[in-house]
Design a binder for this molecule. Sequence first.
Ligand code: SF4
Length: 431
Amino acid sequence: MSIWKEESFEDKIYDEVESFFNIHELKEEDETLALDIIDILRDKNILVVEKDDNNYGYLIPLLYASKGKENFKGFLISTATISLQNKLKEEIDKLSKLIDVDIPVTIAKGHVNYVCMKRLEKYLRSHQENKTLNEISRKIEEEMIDKEDYPNISNEIWTNININGESCKKCLYKDECKYYLNRKSWPSAKYVLCTHELLVASLKRKDNPMFKDPSILIVDEASILKEKVSNSYEGYITKNMLKSIINEISYIIGDKELGEEIVNIIETFYDKLGTLIKSKYMSGDNNYKIYSKEVINTLKEDILLLFNSLSNFRKELGFYQKSDDLTYLKKLLKKYTNILYDMIGKGSKHIYYFHFQPNSKNSISIKYGRKDICSLTASLFANNKYGKVFTDSNIVDNDDYKAFIESLGLDKIDDMEIVKEYSLDKSKVKK
Ligand code: SF4
């Protein structure tokens, strides 16, 4: 049964929103958007709409929906930047007072935006004289762990003390770590402002999402969403990554010799790749991104040799006693072996390119991304239990709408109708 019928406030919320716009003399376009948002909440469809910097058009109906309507499951608003999240939070606080509703908003940002106390402690041990670090230590005691609390911090210090790769599960600070505790609250939060990266990460974790299903999802500045989805499926393989997996496995099983031959094959392969790229595709000392099927074809036999060697190495590990670390490394090896097979096999799922950075430790990376981003994106948004609104300031005419909808594969979603597509300037939309 629809939550709107159960609560029988269908008419009430339209009236509430209309009267708010009348009293406060807000823009007509925003009122039209606000009423369409209520339709989307009720019918759980998709709305694609041009929107300027003003967010009142969708915030006002969301706040009224939150007011005393127990079956409203909340909203999830995804934005392109952290500053947009902050702006929305300010607007929600301001409107909440006018509407007289209490909205405890959760701001979800990527972990790299917070201080990790474990890393800070480690870094402090070797940098005790650093005044900035001492100031950070003082502020941490006041629970200030957000990067925004340290506007003048250098990139060098920040990248040594932010959350990045430490295991929280075994951390001594986890009962007091503000980030860890906040992160644990995300799956039950009712009103969430997240970044596009976190939205995509959550939607990809179908069985264990970071955020619960809301009553409505708003994706603001949605034209960059496809890029975020694409980035989330990208990966890379470097020489050092492969070598360190082999070396770690050899150490765990206590058989150094088993890994030696394969490490030589990895070295030879990457040397050949480097020589080929330098001789045929480069003209200077710059960073290069080379999309070339020709590179793969030229090195097909070498890729096959590397693939076979890694596969055989993996098979031989079956004779050794299992441990969590070994299982994890075998899994990782399988992933990279499959990528090598996909590179030279027919009907590859990926696009490949070779990234050459002359002055870095891993000078050549094999990078890969998915070809079927459109259908992958559509599958992320195919959940028909809640309405979805995609807004962007660049969608100003019918061609923009068509391109936008097709780029995200929204037209491929069954059971969800794209009910309205319009520009704030109606004259631009052909009937
Ligand atoms: S719980 Fe995680 S984020 Fe927090 S201090 Fe420990 S390792 Fe760092």
